[in-house]
Every structure is written in C-alpha cells, then in structure tokens.
Design a binder for this molecule. Sequence first.
Ligand code: HPA
Length: 271
Amino acid sequence: MKEKIQETLNVIRSQITIRPSTGVILGSGLGEFSSQLASLVSIDYKDIPYFLPVGVQGHHGKLEFGILDGVQVVVQNGRAHYYEGYTLQDITYPTRVMAALGVKNLIVTNAAGGVNKDFNPGDFMVIRDHINLMGDSPLRGPIPQDGTPRFVDLSQAYDSKYSELIISCGKELGLKMHQGVYVAVHGPNYETPAEIRMFKTLGGDAVGMSTVPEVIVANQLQLTVCGISCITNMASGILNKRLNHMEVIQTAARVKQNFIQLLKKLIPLLP
Ligand code: HPA
C-alpha cells in the first residue's frame, strides 16, 4: 500500500504546488463547488495511478486543487461506488491519498434519501453519526503494515465542533439545516418501504449508498471528519410516489448554489 500511495503522490505532486489541509469529497450533482477555487488545477482520475473511473451521471471524476480564502483545498470531485462492483478498499484509496498529501480536515458530502419525515427534498442534513448496512468494511483484510490501527474507534466519527459549525454557517445563510444519522446501504437498487421503516426504527434519518467507507478510513488515519447530506428525495414509501435517479440529480442541481455557499463559509472557519 505504501508503495502504491507513493507512486500516486509522485504523479500528483509533479502537477501541483498546493499543500492541502482540507479535503472535500463531492457527491452526486454537487461537483460545481470546485469552480470557486482560485489557482485551480484539475487532474483526471484516469491520469492518476490506482484511481477508479467514475460511472454515475452527476459525478465528475477529477481530483482538484485550489485555494479558498487562503485555505489550500483538495476536492475529490466524484467517487466510485461499491455498487459498481469495486471493493471498499478500492473506493477509499483517494481518502488515503488525501491523508498522505497532508490533509487534516475531511468534509464528506452526498445525496441522500430522507427517512425522517421532518425533512424535505432540498434540505441539508449534518451527519452526526452513521449506521453501516453495506455489509462490509474498508478495513477488512490483513493487519495494516503502516502502523495504523485495525480496530478503529468510531465513537466520534463525525467531529461535533465541526458539525455545529456547519449548522451555524447554514443558519447564517438562511438554509434549512437538520442533523441526523446517515444509513449506508450498498445499493444500487433503491430501498423498499419496509426497509425504510426499519431504518427509521433503527434511528436512521437519511439513507444513501456512499460516504461511510471513506469516513471509516479517514478515522483510521485520524482526520477530523464532518459530513453533509443533501436530501434529494424522500426515501421509498414516505411519499406515495416512485423514486428515480433524475429526481436526485434535479434536486441537487436546484440547491447546488446553497451548497456551494455553505462550503465557502465553512472551509475558512475550520482549524
Ligand atoms: N436511497 C438510497 N440512496 C439514495 C437515495 C435513496 O433514497 N437518494 C439518494 N441516494
């Protein structure tokens, strides 16, 4: 793993001078944030060793570097998903690369279905905790050889101070902000109404097919993590209508300016 990461770093570092302290992973339809960065350098995943291509509409597939209000930032613009057939180890490789680049703060974002009936499409939810129903862990495998722990503590997986900051930034912008528990499923099918009722019973507020693997690895690497879900649709059975990926993309597009403003406000405030 160490050699792989070094190979990736060599390619990236030959193209950038930025030393990012904050990393952002952008979810479906939220990719436009990078246009806010000064001195932007974009590297296609296909030109980065061991990065996977991105196969979902609404995802970009670029690692982007730039400066926001003096903060050096790296953006993972688009992610590969477990449902595409990759392993969680492959999917979380970019998180390991971010840490190796010197990133200390990680902001994870995603599109999610609203399980909590107080939510509406277009609202944001700060992820305070998660339930991993993917049936797998990105840490599954031999004992790490790089000194990182195998039995990773997730009791404070999402930093509470950073989470409070997101809420206050959102409120200052006049956005509808919620907080809650993100349930990760492997997909790619959407859920049945009975599954969503179960998630509600288990304490879930939103459901999606990503994020949790990266958060687990980021905790192993001692990054400070916070997360934002864009509620793009109400989950299966909550409303009397069918689900489709177009709604996810359309809602994300509708609120993307709010989302960009939220990240612009938040990032300079992170230590
Ligand atoms: N379920 C799972 N993943 C999702 C959803 C959903 O309703 N919306 C966006 N991602």
